[in-house]
Design a protein around this ligand. Structure first.
Ligand SMILES: *Cc1c(COP(=O)(O)O)cnc(C)c1O
Length: 375
């Protein structure tokens, strides 16, 4: 067999291109921070927190150091700790479960819907017990999951919904932004996310003033809001720097446009993939206005397909190859039956997805995939 060299190179993501039109504004932020005495806290942080709360439709936003801290501190602020169980989808990034163990609670892994790969009331229900303190709803791949349906299931139990929105900045459920649907919404601003910093960052958004104050206190060494020398609880240092906050404010102006562009790229993929045998797409629920952080298909013999795509210049990823309950760190955790998540972990393949993709690039990716799958 002769190997034809790839006619195109399609990167998985392209942050350099994304940032190019913003460079002057981004440089201005550095100029401002480097000439001021405030690189921690201050007006750049206040401004971003206010804008991000507004974008999420919540009363409060607290910047923290990263998305994992956001989940951990939100759980602690909501009183979740030792003795509690926290329901977590089996097919998420390890950080979701890690945050549960960090507060001393026990993760209980549940399966996901076969079409969406998201948790819903049906997959959460079998895991509930008298010890359930929270359900972490992960808006995986950028699609809003059914938070109201899960809240209805929890009504009267005292358990709350915490949203892991690390892949879903700007996504909406029936018009309402994610992050403001549950008791607290947790964001990561890791560079590759839909809204990414130039380093680590995260935030917790909530309508509950007491939860916001508790997160702020925990993220600042448990310090009292009125007496900086009094430490009321054992907290930690988890801050969003002024520089990152300022850079995020610049990028936030473009988030809606980038997300629109991702929806267009997704539509091109959906059209091309609809006639393709052997690549099962992730179904989009009509209630969700998705932001397509990732474009995921399920294929048999994924390793081989991925290698062939790489050889033809198409960069791909896998999110995630191992379900959390099979990770050594979480192997002892309780779980329900997980047939969907377990099977999906062997098949999921993330195709190139970023706001700069062209229709020609998407056509090329689909045509290469067709060639590989139909052989
Ligand atoms: C990225 C991510 C996190 C963790 O965020 P960090 O900022 O890297 O700590 C948590 N959950 C999900 C689903 C993620 O994709």
């Amino acid at each position: 067999m002769t190997i034809t060299p790839p006619s195109l190179r399609v990167p998985f993501a392209d942050l350099v291109d994304l940032h190019r039109p913003l460079l002057d504004d981004l440089d201005d932020v550095w100029r401002r921070v480097s000439r001021s005495a405030r690189s921690i806290g201050g007006e750049l942080l206040d401004e971003f927190e206010e804008l991000w709360a507004g974008a999420c439709g919540t009363a409060h936003c607290v910047g923290v150091a990263n998305g994992t801290d956001a989940i951990e501190l939100a759980l602690r602020a909501l009183g979740i700790g030792p003795g509690h169980e926290v329901v977590v989808p089996a097919n998420t990034f390890a950080a979701t479960a890690e945050a549960v163990l960090a507060v001393g609670a026990a993760p209980v892994f549940v399966d996901v819907g076969a079409d969406t790969l998201l948790v819903d009331a049906g997959t959460v229900a079998p895991a509930l017990s008298e010890r359930t303190g929270a359900v972490i709803v992960v808006h995986l791949y950028g699609q809003a999951a059914d938070v109201p349906g899960i809240q209805a299931l929890l009504a009267g139990t005292g358990a709350v919904v915490v949203e892991d929105c690390a892949q879903a900045h700007g996504a909406r459920w029936l018009g309402r932004p994610v992050g403001g649907l549950g008791s607290a919404g947790c964001f990561s601003f890791y560079p590759g996310k839909n809204l990414g910093a130039f380093g680590d960052g995260g935030a917790v958004v909530t309508d509950d003033a007491a939860v916001a104050a508790a997160v702020r206190r925990l993220a600042d060494h448990g310090r009292s809001s009125t007496d900086k020398h009094r430490h009321d609880v054992v907290g930690r240092n988890s801050r969003l720097d002024a520089l990152q906050a300022g850079l995020l404010t610049v990028k936030l102006r473009h988030l809606e446009g980038w997300n629109r562009r991702r929806r267009q790229v997704h539509a091109w993929y959906a059209e091309g993939l609809s006639t393709l045998q052997g690549a099962r797409t992730v179904a989009q629920r009509p209630e969700s206005t998705s932001v397509h952080h990732l474009e995921v298909v399920r294929v048999a013999a994924r390793g081989e397909v991925q290698r062939e795509l790489t050889g033809r210049g198409v960069e791909t990823g896998v999110h995630y190859p191992v379900v959390c309950n099979e990770q050594p760190a979480f192997a002892s955790s309780r779980r329900t039956a997980l047939p969907v998540a377990t099977a999906a972990a062997e098949q999921v393949l993330s195709l190139p997805m970023h706001p700069g993709l062209t229709q020609d690039e998407v056509r090329y990716v689909v045509s290469v995939l067709r060639e590989v799958l139909e052989r």
